[in-house]
Ligand binder design. Structure first.
Ligand code: FDA
Length: 397
């Protein structure tokens, strides 16, 4: 049976980075993945340009039931550390918006960087190795060792790192193995669900599907948070960064409030024009501030009635303010794991050391990356968690 100092399951962002650090520290490392390629999500990420971190990273950008959990790892391997690594490989990058850093050329550059780092550490990467089961034994010195079973091989180690990610994008190798291993070792799972995910239409909102492809800046609010960014109409519902962000904080059955004109007041606009151009039609005014197709749909659907703005009553004005600034949108649900960027919830961090990512009651077993109950905002935060948690783990072994 082949033995290694460390075995890591999952050659995604967290597994690759952890393997590289451990290998470079002189340990023998086996990295197993069920796919044909390493870093498949990295390749897909950021529209092919990988939003690999953010200029502004703090624990407030993460959701976790144990809200102090992320602090230690994020402070020991920061966004600036990863930016320096990217720069050391001569990879050109740019800030798109809100501190989000993307490769100038392609996500492949980040995968190449991680592969090169693994090569430096002589990591043994074995692909097409779906891990089927894990068993823990105790040797005659009372130390734990783990046996890892794949379809055709069996391996042993004293240090087993689970970096199997979440359930989003099943086509990219996602599997529930990490959660099953947690359960096997009596670690609770914080309920999981698809997140950073588009909302779907209820039947009565389906006419909006005709606007698919149209986007506009909005402010989206629920009982916890407000996000100001672009919103995109799709065939199935609402998407775009503002919607994906609020989906992290959304519960099934909850209404979100959408301000369709967050930087101006429709009341002030109309009041001013009522003085200067009272004969203007409402539709004309709205068309100056919103995508034309959206305005047309409002009138076609009889949600609004066209008239000269001088004729708008107080009740009409109040209605318009509500209509534009306080759209109460009730999603039917979300598009689910098929299109979600992340999985909310996961391995309960109360059972994990925040310094080393080791399971508190099982020496030698570690969980890193998205499989943990740590979910970042949209904007490079999930990769930063992968890098930081991987580093903390590698330094702890
Ligand atoms: P990850 O999911 O990357 O890796 C887990 C690995 O484990 C996979 O390779 C899988 O094949 C393997 N595995 C699972 N079960 C196994 C088994 N039984 N046996 C063997 N191997 C197994 N984040 C961000 O910060 N910036 C961005 O731009 C984006 N963009 C983005 C786009 C898209 C389309 C998605 C789906 C996601 C993003 N994300 C993102 C989120 C980000 O990709 C995600 O949070 C990290 O990849 C998580 O890294 P992990 O290494 O934890 O899991």
């Amino acid at each position: 049976m082949k033995q290694y100092d460390v075995i890591i399951i999952g050659a995604g962002a967290a597994g690759l980075f952890c393997a590289a650090q451990l290998g470079q520290n002189g340990l023998s490392v086996l990295l197993l993945d069920n796919g044909k390629k390493i870093g498949r999500k990295i390749l897909m990420s950021g529209g092919g340009y990988c939003n690999f971190t953010n200029l502004d990273v703090s624990p407030n950008h993460y959701l976790c039931q144990n809200r102090h959990f992320v602090k230690s790892a994020l402070s020991r391997y920061t966004n600036w550390d990863f930016i320096a690594l990217v720069a050391s490989y001569g990879i050109a990058y740019h800030e798109k918006e809100l501190g989000q850093l993307f490769c100038d050329e392609s996500s492949q550059q980040i995968v190449d960087l991680l592969q090169a780092e693994c090569e430096k550490g002589k990591v043994d990467i074995q692909l097409r190795q779906a891990v089927l089961s894990i068993e823990k034994f105790t040797n005659d010195k009372s130390a734990n060792f783990f046996q890892v079973q794949t379809a055709c091989d069996s391996f042993q180690t004293e240090n087993l790192v689970i970096a199997t990610g979440g359930l989003s994008m099943p086509g990219l190798g996602a599997s529930p193995l990490g959660y099953k291993i947690a359960e096997q070792f009596d670690i609770p799972i914080v309920p999981i669900r698809a997140s950073l995910v588009p909302f779907t239409w209820k039947e009565f909102d389906k006419p909006f599907a005709a606007l698919s492809g149209i986007s506009l800046p909005v402010s989206v609010t629920n009982r916890e948070k407000t996000f100001v960014n672009q919103m995109l109409f799709t065939h199935r519902g609402l998407s775009g960064p503002a919607i994906l962000q609020i989906s992290n904080y959304w519960d099934m059955g909850e209404t979100v409030e959408i301000d369709l004109l967050p930087s101006e007041s429709i009341y002030d606009i109309l009041q001013e024009l009522r003085q200067s151009s009272p004969k203007l039609q409402l539709k004309t005014v709205l068309s100056r501030h919103f995508p034309k197709k959206l305005v047309e749909l409002w009138f076609e659907q009889k949600q609004l009635e066209d008239k000269a703005i001088a004729q708008l009553s107080k009740a009409n004005m109040d209605f318009l303010v509500n209509f534009i600034h306080h759209w109460q949108f009730l999603p039917n649900g979300t598009e689910g794991y098929r299109t979600a960027e992340v999985t909310m919830g996961g391995v309960d961090t109360n059972y994990i050391s925040s310094k080393t990512m080791e399971v508190k009651n099982t020496q030698g077993l570690y969980f890193i990356g998205e499989v943990l109950d740590v979910t970042g905002w949209l904007g490079g935060y999930n990769f930063q968690w992968a890098w930081s948690s991987a580093y903390a783990c590698a330094m702890g072994i």
